[in-house]
Design a protein around this ligand. Sequence first.
Ligand SMILES: Nc1ncnc2c1ncn2[C@@H]1O[C@H](COP(=O)(O)OP(=O)(O)O)[C@@H](O)[C@H]1O
Ligand SMILES: [Mg+2]
Length: 405
Amino acid sequence: MRILFYTGKGGVGKTSIAAATAVRCADLGYRTVVLSTDLAHSLADSLDVRLGPEPREVTPHLWAQETDIHHNLQTHWGTVQEWLTALLAWQGVVDSLVADELTVLPGMDELANLLWINRHREAGSYDVIVVDAAPTGETLRLLSFPDVLRWWMEHIFPVHRRAMGMARPLMSAFVNVPLPSERVYDNIKELYAHLDQLHRMLVDPELTSVRQVLNPEKMVVAEAQRTHAYLQLFGYPTDLVVVNRVLPPEVVDPFFAAWKDTQATYLRQIAEGFQPLPIRTVPLFENEVLGLGLLRRMGEALYGRDDPTHIFFRGRTQTVERGPDGTFELVIPLQFAARGDVQLRQTGDELYVRVGAHRRHIVLPRALAGRHATGAKLDGPARALRVRFGSSAGDRATPAPPGPR
Ligand SMILES: Nc1ncnc2c1ncn2[C@@H]1O[C@H](COP(=O)(O)OP(=O)(O)O)[C@@H](O)[C@H]1O
Ligand SMILES: [Mg+2]
């Protein structure tokens, strides 16, 4: 089975490209389902059919669905959400650390959508799952969520649950604090297991390919480069860049001359910026790309005779290198992260990396367990983030702040 995940800024053509990919997969004989995790669905318009929350057969081998947010939330998140809402309203009950972790929760609605991937995988009814993902910002927040939730579950919850088990009868008799019920804990545990599974699937390069869709325009390219850095940081296997709406050679009207120059400039920038990833272009069509016929044309322009389920690029996103004097370096390629906006914090065998506004929680590989990060730098032609680890547990550049354990 393969999961093909299309992401990019709003309006670049994600839904069209995802739908065109799904049609092409179905035409090749794969049992394919395409689903949109974007709250603003447009898959039905793109395929020119009516869609519902359950997959519906559109053409032989192709199913499509526009998932229902409210249903998803109720299923996966119902009791937990009620409690969190109550808890957040009760200011001062949670400490700042927990409150900080809670700020990612607004992405939950779209995340509940993504959990359909688990269901399709378990059901085994499809060979290919094509995901038309939410615009860049939300998707990133969603994608980084399982790591945060994992941390939360492993460090806060066991303690919290034990304490609550003892205190609940007493406390609820005297104060108005919204206390989570056992059902809330069970709900969170189940949700965590699902998210953990989803996360595992999405970082498995044999299973998932993340593809970035962009247009040759200043703002779009800049945002896509940032997204790419974060995807690398989070370890999501990106294998292709799709540049959509490129003016085709047959457009010779002088009105478009400057546009063509501009596009040529950004196409060069994309080629330089995204290497070593392969880059494919899709022309601007004469009209909107709606319906199976035009989607087939788009798929042909994008893939030619290639199979969209092919893995177009294989690359490690995180490696450990042995340095001199028994030191190690954790190498994380971050092609577009600017110098100076990397922050590092280590607690035991865990490393918290922050690039810009995005965070990653890394459980260090065995080789690095018990060592301390002594520094990090962005360097080299590959622009990797190199995190240096001392030769023994004694080497420590900066004291780690007190951890939750
Ligand atoms: N290469 C293209 N040529 C012409 N129209 C396009 C092309 N790609 C997308 N469109 C049109 O642009 C609009 C937005 O595309 P859509 O796929 O919905 O973008 P997104 O999902 O990224 O918001 C749609 O009307 C779609 O038909
Ligand atoms: Mg869309």
